[in-house]
Design a protein. Sequence first.
Length: 185
Amino acid sequence: EQDLMDVGFTTFKTRSRNRYDLRIDDFTKKEYSFLNKKAKWLPLVKSILGKDIYIVHSGVMISLPDSETQPYHMDGPHLHKKKHLPPHCLNVFVPLVDLTPERGPTEFVPTSQLFGNYWDPGVKPMTINATTGQCILFDYRIKHRGLGNKSKDKRPVIYITYAQKHYKDVKNFSKKRYKNLPKLN
């Protein structure tokens, strides 16, 4: 398991103990239009990012029972070194089970996506206990982490990452950083 955390693959990555990130490009296909072209959240995504967008990544994050809490992280960088710019990339999470404190929902640090505001000590982290099928939309730059799953249930969450056409994510699932899965016999 440690090897997978250190290396990973272009379609599969261990994010921490008992937490797996499975890239599923099929979510961009026509038969999954409810997750792409007909997604109920798409008008909101376009109102934030503009109409010229694409799906960067899609998949499922699975947090198994006894998964550990992740360290805080941002999924992507700021695009300017000196000033805050509007969002260029957004994540949409769609839980496949109700999110509860026991199942370890994602914890967000409000305002941490603002340039130069990585951690305001006056801002308390928050979780969103969404129900099955509700969407959670957030800026790629916001500081967040998956909390540990203390329940006996798996906690699968679909994720779809949208970006403006000019943005290319060179970190997550990078072919330079990760290998292809070996062929199975």
